[in-house]
Every structure is written in C-alpha cells, then in structure tokens.
Design a protein around this ligand. Structure first.
Ligand code: G3P
Ligand code: MG
Length: 270
C-alpha cells in the first residue's frame, strides 16, 4: 500500500515546493504527488491553483496584475515571488501551533520558490523516490496545446518513465500521454461517481483509478483490484478514513499527513 505525500508533506511545509517534498521524504512516504501548470513562457511549474494569490505574495509584488493567473506570469516573474511565507503566517494545518515544525524550518520556508517540474523531477530522481505528476486542467489557456507533450518529453529526457505516475482530472490528457508513450503509468482522477470505472480505465488505457475518498467502497476496490487496476485514493487526512481504506484494500492513499499514515501502517505491520 503506497503512502503518497500529497503536494509533498503539505501539513509540514508549503505545498508543491522542494521543502515539502523533503519533508515527505523524511516522513517515510513511498512517493509524493505534485501539481503541474505552465508559465506564460511555457515552463512546466509546480502550482495547484489557477491563480497565484493563495500560495504566494503575488498580490504585494504585482499589485496591478489581478487576478494573478498563473499562465500570465513568466518563469522570471515567478522567480520574484515567495511561495513559503504564507504557510508560516497561516499555518494551514495547525502543525506550527502543534509544535510539529521547527524554528529552523520556519525560517527556511521564507522565500521558498515554486520549483519547475524539471527541478522537482531531479529531486525525485536523486532520491530514487517515485512521484505522481498531476497535470492540471489548463483548458482555455495557451498551455493546453502542449502541456502533455512537454511533460512527457521531460520525463523521457530524464529517463524517469519507470518512476512516475501521471494523473489528471482531464482524461483526454491521459489518452495523449499513452499516445506518446505506452510505457508511462497513468491514473484517472475523479471527484464524482463513475458508472463503470473499469470501462473508463480500459478506454483510457490507464493503470489506476484515483477517486475522492467519499466515492470508495470495499466492493468498488475489490472489483477494480481483481482486474489488476490500482486504486489510489485522495485526499485522506483522518486516521479513521485511512484505516477504512486500508481494510478495503486500496493500493495507495494520498495524504497531507504522510507522517500519520506512516505510523499507522507501521503499527499495522508489526
Ligand atoms: O492526486 C490527488 C489530488 O491531488 C487531486 O486533487 O485538487 O489536490 O490536485 P488536487
Ligand atoms: Mg493534485
């Protein structure tokens, strides 16, 4: 069962940064998940939202560029931003208040950059640590035409095909991935019920179903797993839900608290 550190260990460090990836690695997670978008100059970069407001100081640095759409900022623009201080100020998961983040780490997070996908993949490769690349749906932006091709080319150039799972809520992207390289593992993200997930996965040539945890029943897990599909469930932060899913036999769990899942899994193993 894979413990997948969602956006790195984002309860302990600012999401989608190398600092969060480092924390995820330290917690003993089996792999990490990151979100990819494209900059205005078409560089794949780690960002979850369509805009920069929540996870950076874009509002202060570029006050005239509201609503701070990611695809309107070049890599050079993004390099001027601080993607870490908001975490220190807001403590989004209460882990600073709970004394789970050291003073040294908090100081280090100030000014943390959003890494490019190249930097994130190099980190993963260096640590022999697999990664799930979640392709954000950039439909309607200039990047939509090339995001899949760029990401696949980068993974191939780094010789990391075996170390990566590509997932997306945009299932057309997954078909494009397979058309480019059948050797790449793909996972279909869904947040609403699907009539027949096995049929969907077969049509997409995908290896795994990536459902929201509220959609998962033991029967569904069995149905997919006996057919050889993976079932990797997001985003599970409650221990009771982790236990329910482990008992159901899922192949992986995305969590913001890989440290919690790690302890739970270890305790179950012994
Ligand atoms: O891949 C699981 C999860 O990351 C999907 O949702 O919105 O957090 O990218 P989101
Ligand atoms: Mg994601």
């Amino acid at each position: 069962m894979l413990n997948i550190a969602h956006r790195g260990a984002r309860s302990l460090a600012p999401e989608n940064t190398l600092a969060a990836a480092q924390k995820g690695l330290e917690t003993g997670a089996d792999m990490w998940e990151l979100d990819v978008a494209l900059t205005a100059d078409s560089v794949p970069i780690l960002l979850h939202d369509d805009t920069l407001e929540r996870t950076s100081n874009a509002r202060q640095i570029f006050p005239d560029r509201r609503p701070w759409r990611v695809h309107e900022f070049s890599l050079a623009d993004l390099r001027q931003l601080d993607f870490g201080s908001w975490f220190v100020e807001q403590d989004p998961f209460g882990q600073i208040a709970a004394d789970q983040v050291s003073t040294e780490d908090l100081a280090r997070y100030q000014g943390e950059p959003a890494p490019t996908l190249l930097e994130a993949l190099e980190f993963s490769r260096h640590h022999h640590w697999p990664v799930n690349v979640d392709l954000k749906d950039v439909s309607g932006t200039p990047g939509a035409a090339s995001i899949v091709e760029q990401v696949v080319a980068l993974i191939e150039a780094l010789d990391m095909v075996e170390q990566v799972i590509i997932s997306s809520f945009n299932h057309t992207y997954l078909q494009r991935v397979k058309a480019l390289n059948t050797g790449l593992t793909t996972g279909a993200l869904v947040y609403t019920p699907v009539a027949d997930p096995a049929r969907l996965l077969s049509r997409l040539k995908a290896q795994a179903f990536h459902p929201h945890h509220a959609l998962v029943t033991p029967k569904l897990v069995r149905y997919l797993r006996v057919q050889g599909f993976g079932v990797n469930v997001y985003t599970v932060n409650k221990e009771s839900t982790m236990k329910r899913l482990i008992e159901a036999g899922v192949s992986g769990i995305f969590t913001d608290f890989p440290q919690v899942l790690h302890s739970l899994w270890e305790a179950g193993d012994s």
